[in-house]
Design a protein around this ligand. Structure first.
Ligand SMILES: Cc1cc2nc3c(=O)[nH]c(=O)nc-3n(C[C@H](O)[C@H](O)[C@H](O)COP(=O)(O)O)c2cc1C
Length: 340
């Protein structure tokens, strides 16, 4: 691997996963350059402020940034250019500093209602939507960006969609390196991002299946992109962005993320989620996150086997505690009990 000395890293939007608390926890080490909200679905009306604030509480509290100052971009999903433009303007009035448009969502209900990846079937529609939002936001001094897949059914339209987004006025383009039909199945086609990047003048950001430092390097090499966006890889290894930035700076490899660090993130997540959500929901969210970690970490896998049957939050968090020989400075069980 030939070291690269720079390159920005964004945290991918993930509906039902990357909320205000997750954005805050994952950006806390300062290694992420920006984050994106879950999508706000726009149909044909101007949404009330509470909808934006629910998806992006940072609008109200921290000038649209996480608590350590990492910018939060607000994502809209829809197909009606006027409604999207009106909602983008509303979001700006509420404090949004950058608006992202979702052209990648593969969900059947969303696609049936003509949103997300379904617009990729017609590059002209991508252009019309991006242009409407870009023109509405330009006088307000904020940018619109777009996030696409490589197409809906096949990759024939990938370049045309990317060009349409650029011509419409997108300030950058994130490309998830699969079509909608390919879902989340590996491999991610990073070389296709390279073909797109070669035709673009705006920054293109590579996304999809970056789980490790080695993947990061490969994705950059094959796509030629300087910047990347990390999704599930950040859940599997909350040190991934830090690992990449450390390597950029020093050329050194950080050690494997220790269980204590994983337990610390999960425990902090439990504590903060419990303030808003019922115990059962928090336990199920914790299982979801631990499930993401277990494919990448043996300790997470063995904890998951035991913890998947637990239904009480305190018992679940007890089960995250490091073994006696681990770093004794971290006792998530004690932390959670003190809170409850
Ligand atoms: C559970 C889940 C929810 C997602 N929600 C969104 C979303 O709201 N907006 C969006 O643009 N992409 C969404 N995505 C796609 C991710 O942003 C990203 O493009 C995809 O997961 C590939 O990156 P990764 O392999 O690093 O996870 C979602 C993906 C997952 C797995």
């Amino acid at each position: 691997m030939t070291r690269v000395a720079s390159g920005r890293i964004g945290l991918a939007p993930m509906e039902g996963v990357i909320d205000v608390i997750t954005r805050d926890l994952l950006s806390a080490d300062g290694a992420l350059d920006w984050t994106v909200t879950e999508f706000v679905r726009v149909v044909d009306t101007r949404l009330p402020a509470r909808v934006f604030l629910r998806h992006c509480p940072e609008l109200e509290h921290t000038a649209c940034a996480t608590s350590n100052g990492t910018p939060v971009h607000l994502q809209l999903l829809g197909s009606d250019p006027d409604a999207l433009a009106a909602n983008a303007v509303h979001a700006q009035a509420l404090g949004a500093r950058q608006v992202d448009l979702n052209f990648g969502c593969p969900a059947k209900t969303v696609n049936r209602h003509d949103g997300g990846a379904s617009l990729l079937r017609d590059p002209e529609r991508v252009h019309t939507v991006v242009r409407a939002v870009a023109e509405a936001l330009a006088p307000l001094g904020i940018a619109v960006t777009a996030k696409i897949r490589l197409g809906f059914d096949d990759k024939q339209v990938a370049l045309a969609c990317a060009e349409a987004a650029e011509a419409g006025g997108a300030a950058h383009l994130v490309v998830h390196a699969r079509t909608r039909r390919e879902g989340y199945r590996p491999p991610a086609h990073w070389e296709w991002i390279g073909r797109i990047r070669a035709r673009m003048t705006i920054p293109v950001i590579a996304n999809g299946d970056i789980w490790t430092l080695e993947d990061y390097w490969k994705a950059r090499t094959l796509s030629g992109c300087t910047d990347v966006m990390l999704g599930r890889g950040m859940l599997a290894d909350p040190w991934l962005a830090r690992r990449i930035k450390h390597w950029q700076r020093t050329g050194e490899h950080l050690p494997e993320t220790p269980w204590t660090a994983r337990a610390e993130v999960l425990t902090a997540y439990a504590q903060r989620m419990r303030m808003h959500l019922p115990e059962k929901v928090v336990v199920s969210l914790l299982k979801q996150w631990l499930n993401q970690m277990r494919g990448r970490d043996a300790e997470a896998a063995s904890r998951f086997t035991v913890l998947r049957r637990r239904t009480e939050l305190s018992a679940f968090v007890d089960g995250l505690a490091p073994a006696k020989h681990d770093d004794a400075s971290l006792r998530p069980d004690v932390a959670l009990r003190a809170m409850s």
